[in-house]
Design a protein around this ligand. Sequence first.
Ligand SMILES: Nc1ncnc2c1ncn2[C@@H]1O[C@H](COP(=O)(O)OP(=O)(O)OP(=O)(O)O)[C@@H](O)[C@H]1O
Ligand SMILES: [Mg+2]
Length: 145
Amino acid sequence: MRLAITNLKGGTGKTMTAVHLAAGLGRHGRTLLVDADPQGSATEWTMLMEDERPFDLLTDSGENLHRRIAEFGEGYAHIVIDTPPGHDAVVRSAILSATDVLVPPDVALVPVCSVASHPTRMTCGCVTVSDRRSWDRGPSHAAVK
Ligand SMILES: Nc1ncnc2c1ncn2[C@@H]1O[C@H](COP(=O)(O)OP(=O)(O)OP(=O)(O)O)[C@@H](O)[C@H]1O
Ligand SMILES: [Mg+2]
């Protein structure tokens, strides 16, 4: 699985989710965590890990990640990509690199209450990219599960 963690809004838990998922997936197959955020938070968290970490780390916030993913992703069962907020080109490239996209929601009180009162409203989701080219036309063209 190649998983991009995205939300153009800042502070929604993207990095925390990415690092923990990489640690979990790393116990089930060779895993690479890509820190595509120029802030470097995932890199900093990874460096703080005292135990042997079960994933490799690549710090790369380039806008053409999707053109190089086949090269640097070779041999990995799982790739998790942490993305920056509000940096469309990097986020787009991460999505184009991914088979799945996870969008951690803003867990502030107002959206949580909104979900509680409107259970059908989706504030987070996992998108499977069935047709990579469809993302060029926008997320609404991709298969959503
Ligand atoms: N599951 C969680 N439970 C409690 N606190 C959390 C959780 N996930 C993240 N946080 C906290 O929320 C804050 C933002 O988390 P994080 O840095 O992962 O967000 P981010 O979306 O990566 O932010 P940015 O957009 O700036 O990159 C941090 O202080 C983090 O400790
Ligand atoms: Mg982050």
